[in-house]
Design a protein around this ligand. Sequence first.
Ligand code: NAI
Ligand code: MG
Length: 348
Amino acid sequence: MTRIALLAGDGIGPEVTEQARRVLTVVRPDLEFVEALVGGAAYRVSGHPLPPETLDIARNSAAILFGAVGDFSLDTLPRELRPEQAILGLRRELDLFANLRPAIVWPALADASSLKPEIVAGLDILIIRELTGDIYFGQPKGIAINAAGLREGHDTMRYDEAQIARVAHVAFQAAEKRSKRVTSVDKANVLETMQLWRDVVIEVSRDYPGIALDHMYVDNAAMQLVKNPKAFDVILTGNMFGDILSDQASMLTGSIGMLPSASLNADSLGLYEPIHGSAPDIAGQDAANPLATILSAAMLLRHSLADEAGAVRIESAVEAALASGARTRDLGGKMGCTAMGDAVLAAL
Ligand code: NAI
Ligand code: MG
């Protein structure tokens, strides 16, 4: 049996991961799911959002299927005990440095985008965001009184060449299986860290002579993503720019309930989760769209279990379910979460 850690978490997390588990069980009967508490659900039982047992189970599995964490009723806790610390802790402890976010416009949903169908129809881009460095983690940071007696905030944008090189390799390898193009997004015109980013990406690209590399400043990339998103294939970028561009790209595709993600480390251990949160406004109502999590399960097969055929089988079943008219409320339909899971299972 291949062991998968199932970390359902809070809000709609248990509802959407349950549908993904059903789908995975059909495609891969050899998977064994080990459930563990995470987020607010874990805090309520153990006093910690990421208990050591949960981290152990995650470490000793082939992959992690993650729902979502977040519980507004715990927002008054000190920051280190809040549910969201669980996902940050998993990324840090497992060194999940490469965040893959595909933005795909499914043929059956071409009219769901906030842009015109002719701009987005057939869109299929992959954003690869570095997840463990950059201005979010660079030291020093803080708020202090400056020489003029004013409060002054500071954060430090910081990358070393090894951090840049390892995520660049992930991007070039992904491009080899796609249309053989990488666009590296930086701000090398004004930021030293980003000049290093560009230099190292160029150095790494010499290992991949079959891949075309181009560079774009982040402000222009934001514009091009809206103007002509199909000009991109693989976008490689740092933590902060990737945070913003990937949320922007998600809106090209319709609903937040459609977008999966993978966060990988150097040993192909990966954490797979929908990009949405715990959606407390619809939790417990069987109203969530489970497709982002089901598509995350497909990524799990592709990236952690090297099962491309299984991944494609799930993705085809999602497209078939949508083509047959299956729609949850976020997609303008009436179907519940379980019924959407049923529709994907029927298509399988
Ligand atoms: P959210 O993504 O949970 O919800 C935003 C809106 O999208 C809501 O109206 C929600 O109903 C809707 N939505 C989200 N997922 C959906 C789905 N699968 N089907 C249909 N509709 C869906 O973001 P929000 O409300 O800002 O945050 C809620 C909680 O989730 C917070 O505690 C936040 O910190 C946490 N969060 C956790 C993340 C994670 O676990 N990785 C990521 C983002 C937020
Ligand atoms: Mg974000």
